[in-house]
Design a protein around this ligand. Structure first.
Ligand code: ADP
Length: 397
């Protein structure tokens, strides 16, 4: 079955068509600047990338262009829409309502809308994509795969904030966690690579991209994760601050004459390694800066790595041990310097890094610890689209 995987944001939409039998990507791309002007990027497997400027006033129009590209006589990968067996949507926040992926029904849409309070930027945008697909493909089953669902197994002690309980009762303010699709995919694959049943393993997954989070996976279940009510908590990220004393917000609001929206804008978009370095949120630029002697670039990377190191220590404690550590996403898969800065300080766990393998590992599966390391450390590329396609097929079959 071919699955159309959609990740719909407020002005952009990423898509892939995946053949679920072979797990090959038949085509992929994105629509950008929806509602502004519009650009379609389309790449068929083995073909040339095409970029076209097209008028996209709505997401429905954008998805129509995607369908046109997929069924184009010359460069399309399917003859007609009948060859799409299901649509899988990435949905960001399922609150406490969704502990797993689900077939999309009117009731599910209502429930996702009810969670929109918790993700006002993401959920409404995700649902626009769902509705547009329903209109254009009314007979094709659709599934929703939530970023938060995998973490619904966290115990109460891990997800409660130390604030008045009534805020949890009234508004469900608690830790939810994100990147769940990736943490689930990578932890399963790590267990396969380690060669043991996931039920018997304690795994720490470090998803280090522009957005970054860590997850403690005990017996295949998420028992703690670094992101919280929103993706702002936890690690220092490309432009997000991660953990910070909430009092700093009041202090900065007064000093800089900001309101709550203004300070959140700073913490989400102007902080992290971007804010620390003053150079870039992209670690490749930071590495280049560092090589040229820019001390703030070096400092930003060090602060980032130290935060990851502390979370790993916390999750070893939370699980009373660790059997494998996995690095994934843009940095985890590609940045050997970041991996070395973290892993070389895990000697207390009997972990030893194989520097040569680490240095030569980019974007591929590899064990980067030495043969006698007590805990294996793996690089495991994530594939959220494939994970969504798999979940979707399981739901619609
Ligand atoms: P997101 O999906 O959260 O936007 P990614 O997972 O794509 O982010 O990760 C982006 C980060 O990964 C950037 O900081 C970038 O520098 C880093 N990165 C991506 N590719 C490479 C590479 N080949 N070498 C080093 N760093 C890389």
């Amino acid at each position: 079955m071919n699955v159309l995987v959609i990740n719909c944001g407020s002005s952009s939409l990423k898509y892939q068509v995946i053949d679920s039998e072979t797990e090959q990507v038949l085509a992929k791309g994105l629509c950008e600047r929806i509602g502004i002007d519009g650009r379609l990027v389309y790449t068929p497997a083995g073909g040339e990338k095409e970029v076209s400027d097209l008028d996209m006033p709505t997401h429905k129009q954008a998805i129509q262009f995607v369908i046109d590209a997929l069924t184009n006589e010359k460069t399309g990968v399917i003859a007609s829409l009948d060859e799409i067996g299901a649509v899988g949507h990435r949905l960001v926040h399922g609150g406490e309502k969704f502990a797993c992926s689900t077939r999309i029904t009117d009731e599910v849409i209502r429930a996702v809308e009810e969670c929109s309070d918790l993700a006002p930027l993401h959920n409404p945008a995700n649902l626009i994509g769902v509705r547009a697909c329903q209109e254009l493909m009314p007979n094709t089953p659709q599934a929703g795969v939530f970023d938060t669902a995998f973490h619904q197994t966290m115990p109460t002690e891990a997800y409660m904030y130390g604030i008045p309980y009534e805020y949890y009762e009234k508004y469900r303010v608690r830790k939810y966690g994100f990147h769940g699709t990736s943490h689930s995919f990578v932890s399963k694959r790590t267990a396969e690579l380690v060669g043991k049943p996931i039920e018997d393993l304690k795994i720490i997954v470090c998803h280090l991209g522009n957005g970054a989070s860590i997850c403690a996976v005990d017996g295949g279940k998420s028992v703690d994760t670094s992101m919280g009510l929103s993706p702002l908590e936890g690690l220092i990220m490309g432009t997000r601050s991660g953990d910070i004393d909430p009092s700093a917000m009041e202090f900065l609001c007064k000093k800089e004459n900001l309101d709550i929206t203004g300070i959140l804008e700073v913490l989400n978009k102007k902080s992290g390694v971007q804010g620390l370095s003053g150079v870039s949120s992209d670690f490749r630029d930071l590495q280049a800066g560092s090589d040229e002697g820019n001390e703030r670039c070096t400092m930003a990377v060090d602060v980032f790595c130290y935060r990851v190191l502390k979370y790993i220590g916390a999750y070893v404690a939370a699980m009373n041990g660790v059997d494998a550590i996995a690095f994934t996403a843009g940095l985890g898969e590609n940045d050997s310097v970041v991996r070395r800065k973290i892993v070389s300080r895990l000697g207390y766990l009997g972990i030893a890094l194989d520097d040569a393998v680490n240095d030569s590992t980019r974007g591929k599966e590899a064990v980067i610890s030495t043969a006698d390391s007590k805990v294996p450390v793996w690089v495991v590329p994530t594939n959220e689209e494939l994970a969504i396609a798999r979940e979707t097929v399981a739901l619609v079959k």
